[in-house]
Design a protein around this ligand. Structure first.
Ligand code: SF4
Length: 870
C-alpha cells in the first residue's frame, strides 16, 4: 500500500446533497480525520440525523482526496528521485567518496524502480477503468439488442436440468481435492487502491444507503457494488430451490465447474453441455458486461438481480468480479465479520476502510456468528447416514478417506454419549463444559478436529452425504440382507428433524428481525415468485461447525449440554464468549475502522472487549439529535395515578394492582397524546397477561373510545395478521379515525429498524426494564467470563447494558427527523437512578423529567402537544 508523505487537511466540503446541519458537518469532519489518521472511530448519531449519508459522503470525500494525493505524491516522488539520481551521478564523477554516493544511488534506483512500477500500475488501472466506462456506455446504447440476443440464444439454458439427486459417483469421495476456487488467494497485479467496505445489518438498509449515494454528486463518479450471498444473488432456478445457503454454495460451485467447460467450447457443444449440470448464467466471457453495469450505474442487490435476469448473466459472480474495482463495497454484517465467509467471498481488508453501520449490537452479532448448536436428533441421523455411507462405499474408499470417515463416525458417537451419558437416556443432563472437557470426556482429544473439518470441506462431504441420503430415500427400502441404511424410524426422525429445522429457522429469522418491515421487503427482493421446495436438512454442516468451535481457545467459549430425559431431546451448544479475538484480524488489516450507530452508549463494552489492545487508536464521538431539545419530552414515571410506586420487575409486574395502575396510566396518556401511541412491554407473556387483565377490567373498552387498539402478533404471522398488515392498519386508524394504540414487545418485531415517525409515534411508552433472564446458563457464563477477564462487576454491567440497549432501541423508534416531535414515558421507578439515566441517549437524558406525581406528567404532556399544534 503506497503511503503519501503528507497528511490531508481536514475537509470542510463534502458534496453533501443539501446544506448539512451542524452535527452532520462535525461528524463528516471527524470521520475524515479518523480515516486519514488510521484511527478507530466510534460514532453515535441518533436515528433521523442522516447518519448513513453523512458517513458515506465523508468517507467518499476522503477517498477521492486520498486517491488524488497518492497520484500526486507518487509522480512527485518519481520526479524527485530521478533528479536526485542524476545529481548523484554528477557528484559521483567528481567526488572521492564515490562508493557511498554510488551506494546511495543504488538505493534510490531501487526505490525508483518500485515507484515506477506502481506508477505504471496506476496508469494502467486508470486506463482500464476509463475503457470500462466507455465500453459500458456503448453497450447501454445497444442494450435492447443485447437483451434480445441473450434471451434468444439462451432460451434452451432456461430449461437446463440440474439433478437434485446426485449420481452415485458424485456422492463418492474423491481423493482429497483442493480445488475450491473461492479460497484461493489470487496474486494481484493491480495498483493497491484503498477500498471502503460499508456494512450494515440488512440488505434493505444497504439498498437505502445505495439509493442515497445515487442522489449525491458521488453517484455519477464513484464505483460502488453490493455484495451478497448466493441466496440473494443466484438466478438459477434449480439452485434457488435449495433454500439452504451452504447447499446453494456447494451446488453452484459444482455446477460452475461445468460452466467453465461450457465457456471454453463451441456454441454447438455449449447447448449439449447445458443439458448437463453446468450453470448457463456463468459465462466468463460476457460476465464483465454485468460487472461493468454494477460498477458504473451503482446498483443495489435488487437492480443487480433484475439486470442479471434480463441479460442472463450471473449477478453473484458479476458482483464478485466488480468488487475488485469498486471504491465502495456494500455488504451485510456476516460477510464482513465472519472470517471464513470473508475469505470465501474474496474480501481483502488489507489497507481498507471498514465502516460498520447500525453497530449497536456488534459484540452480540460477532458472538452469534461464531456460536453454534447441534441437536441429539441431528447427531443420531448423522450417525446413521455416515454408517450407511461407509457401508455402501467401503470398498471404493482409499485408506486415508476410510480413516477420516471412521474418525467422523467415532466423534459423532462420542458426542451422542456425552449428551446421554448413561446410554439409555433415562437421566437428564445439564452441564457447562470447556472445549477441552468435551474432547477429553468424549475421548477424541487425539483426533485433529481442524484436519477433519478441512477434509470434509475439501471433499464437499456435506453435499455428498446429503446426495447419498436423498438417493437412499428414493430407492426402495433395503431388503433384509442389505445394511439398514434408512429404516422407517430414521425416516421419521428425518421428517421430524426437517420440521424442527423449519421451525428453528423461522424462530431464528424472527430473532434476526426477519419479520420487520424492511426485511419483509428483503424477502420480496430476494425471492423469485416461484415456490421453493424443501430439501433434506444437512446434518453434517452443524456437526462440522460444532467440532470446529471445539478448536477455539478454551477460555474463549463454553459448551452447554442440555438433555431432557422426558422429552428425549438434547442439544450441544457452543457459545463464543470472547468476540475480540475474531475481530482482531479486522483491526490488524484495516487502515481505519468506523463503528457507528444511533445508540452506541455504553461504549465501554466495545473499548474493553474489542479494542483493548489498541486503545490509542480509538476515538469516540457523540452527537446530539438534529431536533431541538423542545421536540422531545421524556418522563420517568415512578408513580401511577393512585400514587402507587411503579416497579415492573419479574416478581411485581403480575400483581393485579400493578396492572390496574398500568391500565389507568394508559387511559390517561391516550387522553392527552394525539395520533399514534406505541407501548412496549417486556415480553410476549406479559403482554398476554396485561391484555387479558385489561379486557376483563374494561380498560381496553375505555381506551378504544379514544384510540383503536392493535397488538403485535406473536409467532410467525400469528392469527393471520402479518406485521406488515398490522402496520398498515395501525397507520390507517391514525389517519382515518381518532388515533391508535399499538401494544408491542421490547426486542420483538417492532422494536428495531421500524420508523414510527410523526403521527405514527407521538407517544412511546416503555413498561418496566426489560432485563433478560438472569438464570439462563449462557448469560451466567458470559457474566462470569466478563467478571474474570475485565473486572469484578463487569458481568452485571453487561446485564444492565443488555436491558438499556433494548430500551434505547424502543425510544429510537420515534422522533425520526428534524420536524418530528414526541413524548417518551419510562414507566418504572428504577429509571430514576442516575446510573440508569446515564445509559439513555443524550438527546433523551438532556431533557428528562421525573415528576413527583403522575398528574404532573399528564399536565406537561397536554401542554407539550398544545404548543406543537398551535
Ligand atoms: S453461477 Fe450464479 S446463477 Fe449459476 S448457480 Fe452459481 S450463483 Fe447461481
Amino acid at each position: 500500500m503506497f503511503s503519501p508523505r503528507t497528511k490531508l487537511k481536514t475537509a470542510t466540503e463534502f458534496d453533501f446533497p443539501y446544506q448539512p446541519y451542524n452535527i452532520q458537518q462535525q461528524l463528516m469532519e471527524a470521520l475524515f480525520d479518523v480515516l486519514e489518521h488510521k484511527k478507530i472511530g466510534i460514532f453515535e448519531s441518533p436515528t433521523g440525523t442522516g447518519k448513513s449519508l453523512t458517513l458515506t459522503c465523508a468517507a467518499l470525500r476522503w477517498l477521492e482526496s486520498h486517491e488524488n494525493l497518492v497520484r500526486q505524491d507518487l509522480l512527485a516522488r518519481i520526479t524527485e528521485i530521478e533528479n536526485s539520481i542524476q545529481r548523484l551521478n554528477e557528484e559521483s564523477n567528481k567526488s572521492v567518496d564515490w562508493i557511498s554516493i554510488q551506494y546511495e544511488g543504488a538505493q534510490q534506483r531501487k526505490e525508483l524502480c518500485e515507484l515506477r512500477k506502481l506508477g505504471e500500475l496506476l496508469q494502467k488501472e486508470e486506463e482500464r477503468l476509463q475503457e470500462m466506462r466507455e465500453r459500458h456506455t456503448l453497450l447501454r446504447k445497444n442494450s435492447k439488442h443485447l437483451k434480445q440476443t441473450h434471451s434468444s440464444s439462451l432460451s434452451t439454458f432456461d430449461e437446463a436440468k440440474s439433478a437434485d439427486v446426485l449420481d452415485e459417483d458424485e456422492v463418492l469421495l474423491d481423493d482429497i481435492i483442493q480445488d475450491d476456487e473461492e479460497v484461493q488467494e489470487q496474486e494481484s497485479n493491480d495498483f493497491p487502491s484503498v477500498q471502503i467496505y460499508f456494512c450494515s445489518r440488512t440488505h434493505s438498509q444497504l439498498s437505502q444507503v445505495v439509493r442515497e449515494i445515487k442522489k449525491t454528486a458521488y453517484g455519477k463518479r464513484i464505483r460502488c457494488v453490493s455484495l451478497a450471498s448466493r441466496q440473494q444473488l443466484c438466478i438459477n432456478p434449480q439452485v434457488r430451490k435449495l433454500t439452504n445457503v451452504a447447499l446453494m454454495n456447494e451446488r453452484c460451485t459444482d455446477m460452475t465447474k461445468n460452466s467453465d467447460k461450457i465457456n471454453t467450447v463451441s456454441n454447438a457443444k455449449m447447448q449439449k453441455l447445458s443439458g448437463t449440470k453446468g450453470c448457463s448464467f456463468k459465462r466468463v466471457q460476457m460476465l464483465h458486461q454485468l460487472s461493468d453495469a454494477a460498477l458504473v450505474d451503482i446498483t443495489d442487490i435488487e437492480d443487480l438481480v433484475n439486470e442479471g435476469k434480463s441479460t442472463h448473466l450471473c449477478p453473484y459472480y458479476a458482483a464478485r468480479a466488480a468488487a475488485k474495482d469498486a471504491q465502495i463495497i456494500m455488504l451485510p454484517y456476516q460477510m464482513l465479520l465472519h472470517h471464513r465467509t470473508r475469505v470465501q467471498s474474496g474480501i481483502n481488508l488489507r489497507g481498507a476502510v471498514v465502516i460498520i453501520d447500525e453497530a449497536h449490537n456488534l459484540l452480540d452479532t460477532i458472538s452469534q456468528l461464531y456460536s453454534c448448536e447441534i441437536s441429539l436428533q441431528q447427531l443420531t441421523i448423522l450417525q446413521q447416514q455416515m454408517t450407511g455411507y461407509k457401508m455402501k462405499f467401503v470398498k471404493r474408499f482409499n485408506t486415508s478417506n476410510l480413516l477420516r470417515i471412521n474418525q467422523l463416525i467415532f466423534v459423532v458417537k462420542r458426542l451422542i454419549k456425552l449428551i446421554k451419558p448413561n446410554g439409555d437416556g433415562t437421566n437428564s443432563n445439564r452441564r457447562t463444559l470447556r472445549t477441552y472437557d468435551v474432547t477429553s470426556e468424549g475421548e477424541f482429544f487425539n483426533i485433529n478436529l481442524k484436519e477433519l473439518v478441512q477434509f470434509c470441506e475439501n471433499n464437499r462431504l456435506a453435499q455428498k452425504l446429503q446426495g447419498f441420503a436423498q438417493r437412499q430415500n428414493q430407492e426402495p427400502q433395503p431388503s433384509e440382507n442389505k445394511p439398514p441404511v434408512k429404516n422407517s424410524a430414521a425416516l421419521d426422525i428425518l421428517k421430524k428433524l426437517q420440521q424442527e429445522h423449519a421451525e428453528r429457522q423461522s424462530k431464528s429469522q424472527k430473532r434476526q428481525n426477519k419479520t420487520k418491515e424492511e426485511d419483509l421487503k428483503d424477502n420480496v427482493v430476494n425471492d423469485s415468485n416461484k415456490p421453493r421446495i424443501p430439501v433434506s436438512v444437512s446434518t453434517l454442516r452443524p456437526f462440522l461447525s460444532f467440532i470446529d468451535s471445539l478448536t477455539e481457545s478454551a477460555d474463549d467459549g463454553r459448551v452447554f449440554i442440555d438433555y431432557d430425559a422426558n422429552a428425549k431431546s438434547g442439544t450441544l451448544k457452543y457459545l463464543l464468549l470472547n468476540p475480540g479475538n475474531h475481530f482482531e484480524t479486522i483491526i490488524n488489516e484495516a487502515r481505519a475502522i468506523v463503528i457507528a450507530g444511533g445508540t452506541m452508549q455504553p461504549t465501554t463494552e466495545l473499548t474493553e472487549q474489542l479494542f483493548n489492545k489498541c486503545p490509542t487508536r480509538v476515538q469516540q464521538y457523540f452527537y446530539d439529535h438534529v431536533v431541538s431539545s423542545d421536540a422531545v419530552l421524556p418522563f420517568v414515571v415512578a408513580n401511577g395515578p393512585t400514587g402507587r410506586q411503579l416497579c415492573f420487575n419479574f416478581t411485581q409486574r403480575g400483581n393485579q394492582d400493578m396492572m390496574t395502575e398500568l391500565g389507568m396510566i394508559l387511559q390517561n396518556i391516550c387522553n392527552v397524546v394525539p395520533a399514534g401511541v406505541v407501548c412496549f412491554l417486556p415480553s410476549y407473556e406479559y403482554l398476554d397477561e396485561v391484555y387479558a387483565h385489561f379486557e376483563r377490567n374494561k380498560v381496553l373498552a375505555s381506551i378504544s373510545q379514544k384510540k383503536c387498539i392493535f397488538r403485535e402478533p406473536r409467532g410467525t404471522a400469528a392469527v393471520g395478521h402479518t406485521v406488515e398488515q398490522l402496520l398498515v392498519d395501525y397507520s390507517n386508524a391514525i389517519k382515518e379515525k381518532h388515533g391508535a394504540l399499538l401494544f408491542s414487545v421490547v426486542g420483538g418485531k417492532l422494536s428495531e429498524g421500524l420508523n414510527f415517525a410523526d403521527d405514527l409515534g407521538r407517544g412511546v411508552i416503555v413498561v418496566g426494564m426489560p432485563y433478560p433472564n438472569r438464570h439462563s446458563p449462557e448469560l451466567q457464563e458470559r457474566m462470569k467470563y466478563l467478571d474474570i477477564t475485565l473486572k469484578p462487576g463487569a458481568g452485571n454491567e453487561y446485564y444492565e447494558n443488555l436491558c438499556m440497549k433494548a430500551v434505547n432501541q424502543c425510544i429510537g423508534r420515534s422522533v425520526r427527523h428534524i420536524r418530528d416531535y414526541a413524548c417518551v414515558y419510562l414507566l418504572d421507578e428504577r429509571y430514576s437512578s442516575e446510573r440508569i439515566q446515564k445509559k439513555l441517549p443524550h438527546w433523551i437524558s438532556r431533557c428528562l423529567q421525573t415528576p413527583s406525581k403522575f398528574g404532573l406528567v399528564q399536565a406537561a404532556t397536554a401542554k407539550f402537544f398544545k404548543t406543537k399544534s398551535s
